[in-house]
Design a binder for this molecule. Structure first.
Ligand SMILES: O=C(O)CCC(=O)C(=O)O
Length: 215
């Protein structure tokens, strides 16, 4: 009997890069995710930051909050975030996501997209104290939005529909080799909250290269 042999690649075949991600489309059941969204809307202290752009100082197209252990200061696009204490809902989510991922987190960035007008531009989370291969766990609640990952060297784009209750875990060289964004979704109505759990060194700052046009 002949052994099964892998076929050699066809001439001209180029293997496309893939990001190192774990994808849990139904990490939270939809009714639990909806309840969690409602709690976060009232429990979290949301702020409207401003950012310098070539056209002047403009509000970020989303609301944000930063929670974490004492000392986990986070700076991006000139915005300094002092950690707010963990709220009970966010702390419960952190513990459950740690159990799912096997990673530990000391902070979380919350982004609140009030409608399809809100967005996040291309950037990578490349904070040096995270090390070269950080684990970043991204939980989405509410209206589904598209999330694009673009490979730096090839321009290959991989897109995910980040649905209510889904968990996307970015690992390995994903931050070093890829950028990501949440593009505007014209006409889309409804709120979405995204939480990205991270581990940052106390008093470190994050280097983020977010495009100013769609940030
Ligand atoms: O809202 C999202 O899904 C993306 C959030 C994000 O890119 C970030 O927090 O760095």
């Amino acid at each position: 009997m002949q052994a099964n042999r892998a076929q050699p690649p066809l001439p001209g075949f180029v293997e496309l890069p893939e990001p190192e991600v774990d994808w849990h489309p139904c990490w939270l059941p939809s009714d639990a995710a909806a309840g969690t969204l409602e709690r976060l809307l009232s429990e979290v202290v949301w702020k409207q930051d401003k950012i310098g752009t070539p056209g002047g100082i403009k509000p970020l197209p989303r609301l944000t909050a930063w929670q974490g252990d004492p000392g986990t200061v986070y700076v991006y696009s000139g915005i300094r975030n002092e950690p707010q204490p963990w709220t009970s809902t966010v702390l419960d989510l952190k513990r459950s996501i740690e159990a799912t991922t096997g990673a530990t987190f000391n902070s979380v960035l919350l982004n609140r997209y009030r409608s399809g007008v809100d967005s996040m531009g291309w950037h990578a989370d490349r904070e040096p104290e995270l090390g070269p291969t950080p684990v970043i766990a991204s939980l989405s609640l509410g209206v589904a939005r598209r999330f694009d990952l673009r490979h730096n060297a090839t321009g290959v784009v991989r897109s995910f529909e980040l649905t209510n209750g889904s968990l996307l875990v970015m690992r390995g060289a994903t931050q070093a080799q890829w950028r990501h964004r949440v593009p505007k979704a014209p006409g889309l109505i409804g709120e979405r909250i995204n939480l990205t759990f991270r581990s940052v060194s106390p008093r470190s700052s994050e280097v983020r290269e977010e495009g100013t046009s769609s940030s």
